[in-house]
Design a protein around this ligand. Structure first.
Ligand SMILES: *[C@@H]1O[C@H](CO)[C@@H](O)[C@H](O)[C@H]1NC(C)=O
Ligand SMILES: *[C@@H]1O[C@H](CO)[C@@H](O)[C@H](O)[C@H]1NC(C)=O
Ligand SMILES: *[C@@H]1O[C@H](CO)[C@@H](O)[C@H](O)[C@H]1NC(C)=O
Length: 485
């Protein structure tokens, strides 16, 4: 343990002595709350941290490796505050079963001072249907696996884990054996929709394999989930900026999948409709989705593999001022062509236009335009396995720079050539994996458009027009009719 500790101090660039002088902190209490969902599982862990040494500000968190693999979003705040604390990965020691990351505390703690830290994570692909197949009228049952003990490099006085289900119908859950030595009372208790594992007391530092091999237990919860398990296998967002038409077009191609239990047998529309009549519509069937599109949009379109889908409704609101805090959006109620049952896919395209002025501002000092494009339009409860966002800038744009609201998997600047372009347009492409409801925010792109580039488009159009014109002129002189015998 001394090895990772000194390593991490080095990484964090702190002026602590390299010799490990004993633990800097102790966890007086840790409470973890797991909100069981479908595609997304939100986990909030609150740490009451007591300083054992004065002047230490680097606190380390640990997640079991298999939990870390499922974790798509991580965020740390001081309890009750808005600012997130920057996270730094801590290199993993060979003998560790845990992924470690550190924050720098915003203030120095005196000995015995306590600070409350809140770690928010979102897990994806963490639940699975069980049984894997179910009839149209069966409830939707899922399973979730977790590790019993919350790991930490520090001694923990007391910890507990609450697992909350949105439905009181918890089919079964693990009662771990061998945890009695830590349990103050019962190993696990169930009350309504909540299971509580612990409180468990006096847990030694647990990030080495020693603790994990000896004490760690897997737990499993089998529960009923009454909402669709939505997965976007692939999202392709294409945003095109036109200064000439003063327009921002956004188009999404979405491969949606209902990842609940696969339908057993045939789909019966009569059963589906009759269950709808008695207001007990199978809640895990996707009949419609409500999406929040930007304010000020127009000419929205929605089509699937069979063409235009006319059973949807869009309520637009007028554009809002760019820096206004007003949270206004257009509401799009989309109804897929058919109810999307467990195991079914539905691929569709959704697009709209909006006034460019709603998304672009001009920095006259730098002579640059700055455009903001949202990474994606949230589909409530859904995970996006793979997302590709491509932002196409006006022809001739130079000095292209961009910033993503969170790290991307890969990013590049390329050239996109379309009809009537002379040199092609610079395009910024970003790829992401496992987007969740926390992955909101804008990709900002800045660029310059020289005056000559502004003129290129009209010149290209004029050229195209004149070549057509001359073609027409010459074509009239050439007899294109077939010669008759
Ligand atoms: C910190 O608390 C412990 C026990 O709660 C006590 O023994 C110790 O004297 C305290 N140290 C300081 C510097 O207050
Ligand atoms: C597509 O359907 C919408 C109704 O959702 C309708 O307003 C629109 O005119 C249709 N478009 C075409 C090209 O048929
Ligand atoms: C849905 O798509 C997945 C691949 O993404 C495929 O394996 C599966 O067979 C599809 N389901 C149906 C019902 O077509």
């Amino acid at each position: 343990m001394a090895r990772w500790a000194s390593l991490s101090w080095l990484i964090l660039g702190l002026s602590s002595p390299l010799v490990w002088a004993g633990p800097a902190f102790e966890n007086s209490a840790i409470v973890r709350t797991v909100d069981l969902g479908g595609s997304l599982v939100h986990v909030t862990t609150t740490y009451a941290v007591r300083a054992l040494e004065a002047g230490q500000t680097a606190y380390q968190f640990a997640l079991a490796n298999d939990e870390w693999k499922k974790t798509s979003w991580t965020e740390v705040k001081v309890k009750g505050q808005q600012n997130t604390l920057p996270l730094v990965d801590v290199p993993q020691a060979a003998d560790s079963d845990a992924h470690l990351f550190a924050v720098t505390l915003p203030r120095n703690l005196a000995v015995n001072d306590t600070i409350h830290l809140v770690l928010d994570t979102v897990q994806t692909h963490a639940t699975y249907p069980w049984p894997e197949k179910a009839g149209q009228k069966d409830p939707q049952l899922l399973k979730y696996d977790a590790q019993l003990f919350i790991l930490s490099p520090y001694q923990t006085q007391v910890q507990r884990t609450k697992v909350k289900s949105s439905s009181p119908n918890i089919i079964s859950y693990t009662t771990p054996e061998g945890a009695e030595q830590f349990a103050k009372d019962e190993v696990v208790t169930k009350s309504g929709t909540t299971l509580t594992y612990g409180p468990y007391a006096n847990i030694d530092p647990s990030v080495g394999t020693g603790f994990v091999r000896k004490h760690q237990k897997s737990i499993n919860v089998h529960y009923s989930y009454d909402y669709p398990v939505l997965e976007v296998k692939k999202l392709q967002r294409f945003a095109e900026i036109s200064h000439w038409g003063s327009n921002l077009n956004i188009e999404d191609k979405i491969e949606l999948r209902n990842s609940g239990p696969a339908l057993k047998g045939h789909f019966s529309r009569i059963e589906h409709q009759s269950s709808g009549f008695y207001h007990s519509v199978s809640p895990h069937v996707v009949n419609s989705l409500t999406l929040h599109l930007p304010a000020g949009i127009h000419d929205a379109y929605y089509y699937d593999l069979n063409g235009n889908v006319s059973t949807s409704r869009l309520r637009t609101v007028p554009s809002v001022a760019k820096n206004s805090k007003a949270n206004q959006y257009s509401i799009f109620e989309m109804r897929p062509r058919y109810p999307v049952l467990g195991g079914w896919n539905y691929t569709f395209t959704l697009g709209w236009d909006s006034p460019l002025a709603d998304s672009v501002s001009y920095d006259s000092k730098e002579e640059k335009y700055i455009v903001g494009v949202p990474v994606w339009t949230l589909i409530p409860g859904a995970v996006v396995n793979d997302a590709e966002v491509k932002i196409v800038l006006p022809e001739g744009a130079t000095d292209v720079q961009f910033i993503s609201p969170f790290p991307s998997l890969s990013e590049e600047i390329s050239t996109h050539v379309t009809y009537l372009d002379t040199t092609g347009r610079p395009a910024v492409s970003l790829d992401y994996k496992d987007l969740t409801d926390k992955h909101t925010g804008m990709i900002y792109v800045s660029y310059k458009v020289p005056l000559s580039a502004h003129l290129k488009k009209p010149v290209a159009v004029a050229a195209a027009f004149f070549s057509l014109f001359f073609f027409a002129l010459t074509a009239r002189r050439v007899d294109l009719r077939l010669h008759k015998e």
